[in-house]
Design a protein around this ligand. Structure first.
Ligand code: FUL
Length: 503
């Protein structure tokens, strides 16, 4: 009764807020009422897309339960399903051997001798990659398209006598081969004179963004890097992030905004390593305003924190978001091509480990493959990618369970048995939650029936969109999955078993 009074008082306060906010808060109230009235036992079908601000009166337990109902936007789901995406670092650095150009390298240096965007697209596509993100502009400021904002671009280079457009050629090759396309536009710009003169540079940057997002068809991801190496006496630029976001949302409504964007989160390292416990629901947001920066400080979280979604953290949070992780790593030591690194292209084993530690840990892999001075993916990288594609495809197209495709709603403590095709050896399992209903599982175990005895094969914490786990070869005839802990009834969409050959 007391509770209902509080709720009524809340609704009255809510009527004074703006409409969207009002609808959102009413939805939360109705949801909590459903939880209370049903004694927390009945499932409510109310979901909160991308963001949820907790009303002050909810208990800690209710916060955790509410977190189970935060779901991705349609764009975030589409992105997550890509699993494998590729970065292409190509630009003036390719010709100088640098990783970070100074911004005063001569455009005359940019002259790929056998540029072939289709070779990039087909090489990556054959290896299973579904999107290419091109460095349209890196920190040096050199633009790979003939922009109206600066002469520091391909238009001032000898390549195609200044009439070429790398962005267009890559975009066209992606279109032809049905590959998604994204752009990396570095906010930090070491060439732009206006950099540091905040309003002027923001206009310049918005114009660059507008060109890229207006003239090249559909763009699926916009990648804003967070790096700025200006140093203590360098120029300080205050970016107008909300305007940048507005330009993207209005010109490319299906694009996700990554890293300094608020749709996709940097996993926190560049070594291809996801988290053992990876929650897509987190209070973390990119530091684009004082309010967000202060809230991240209050919660003591950054992109590199180990815990970004535990119960403890949710309980301390005021707002939580669907903000899933992306693992970016280069196939070579550098982000740009350097011939002296030809013998350091990651081995098949390293690439496969990276796959298990990214896609297999509820993340999307963004693997960088830097083309060489010819403008082609080097033969060594191309061959490694081919091997990688064959390995992943062979392993996961050979399903060893007869009945893992069934959707299963599991309460904490529930188990389900699955049948292994007789005579098959397995050493890998795949688990997937239906993330359209939120991410919920906190702990699970997998056992195998070996000589009529159940033995634990592996266990884990979070699942999310996809979790892959490897264990020693076994000839178990059945598998038993137990959902030990979950924030609300789990929606297991898929359980699979495979044999991943040793490398
Ligand atoms: C970093 C940049 O500084 C690197 O050069 C590279 O572009 C990487 C993907 O992001 O922050």
């Amino acid at each position: 009764m007391v509770f209902l009074f509080v709720v009524r008082a809340k609704i009255v306060t809510l009527l004074t807020t703006d409409n969207d906010e009002l609808m959102r808060k009413i939805a939360i109230l109705i949801f909590i009422l459903t939880l209370i009235i049903s004694g927390c036992s009945q499932r409510a079908n109310t979901y909160f897309e991308k963001e949820l601000s907790f009303p002050e009166f909810v208990t800690q337990d209710q916060k955790v339960k509410l977190a189970a109902y935060v779901v991705p936007t349609k764009n975030q789901i589409e992105w997550q399903k890509l699993e494998l995406t590729a970065f292409i670092h190509f630009g003036i650095n390719t010709f100088t051997g640098k990783e970070w150009g100074d911004g005063n390298e001569d455009p005359e240096l940019f002259n790929p001798t056998a540029f072939d965007a289709e070779q990039w697209v087909t090489t990556l596509q054959n290896a299973g990659f579904k999107m290419i993100i091109l460095t349209a502009k890196h920190h040096d400021g050199f633009c790979l398209w003939p922009t109206n904002t600066t002469s520091y671009s391909v238009a001032s280079s000898p390549w195609k006598n200044g009439n070429g457009d790398i962005v267009k050629e890559v975009r066209d090759a992606c279109e032809k081969h049905n590959m998604k396309f994204g752009v990396y536009l570095s906010p930090w710009d070491r060439n732009a004179e206006s950099y540091g003169d905040s309003p002027v540079y923001n206009e310049f940057f918005i114009q660059q963004l507008t060109e890229l997002l207006s003239n090249y068809g559909e763009i699926h991801e916009v990648w804003f890097d967070g790096a700025n190496g200006e140093g203590p006496n360098g120029k300080v630029q205050e970016y107008n992030w909300s305007r940048f976001y507005h330009v993207i949302d209005s010109l490319q409504p299906t694009a996700v905004k990554a890293i300094m964007g608020n749709d996709i989160r940097w996993v926190g390292n560049e070594s291809g390593l996801g988290r053992e416990t990876e929650w897509s629901v987190t209070p973390l947001q990119p530091g684009i305003s004082d309010a967000i920066i202060n809230e991240n400080i209050r919660l003591n979280i950054t992109t590199t924190a180990e815990d970004l979604g535990s119960r403890d953290l949710i309980e301390k949070s005021k707002t939580i978001y669907w903000y899933p992780s992306e693992v970016d790593v280069s196939i070579r030591p550098g982000w740009f091509f350097h011939a002296e690194e030809n013998q350091q292209v990651k081995s098949l084993r390293e690439l496969v480990d990276i796959y298990f530690q990214s896609v297999g840990m509820n993340s999307v892999l963004l693997l960088n493959v830097p083309p060489d001075k010819r403008g082609r993916i080097h033969e060594i990288d191309a061959e490694r990618l081919r091997q990688f594609g064959v390995y992943i495809n062979n392993t996961f197209s050979d399903e060893k369970l007869t009945d893992g495709e069934v959707t299963w709603r599991a309460r904490a403590g529930d188990s389900r048995e699955y049948n292994v095709i007789p005579g098959e050896t397995i050493n890998t399992v795949m688990l997937q939650e239906d993330i359209q209903k939120g991410q919920r599982v906190e702990e699970f175990t997998v056992e195998g029936l070996i000589n009529n005895e159940w033995r634990e094969l592996t266990k884990g914490t979070t699942i999310g969109y996809k979790r892959l786990l490897r264990f020693p070869d076994t000839e178990a005839t059945k598998l038993r999955l137990t959902i030990t802990e979950t924030r609300d009834n789990a929606n297991i969409q898929k359980f699979g078993a495979y044999y991943a050959p040793k490398l």
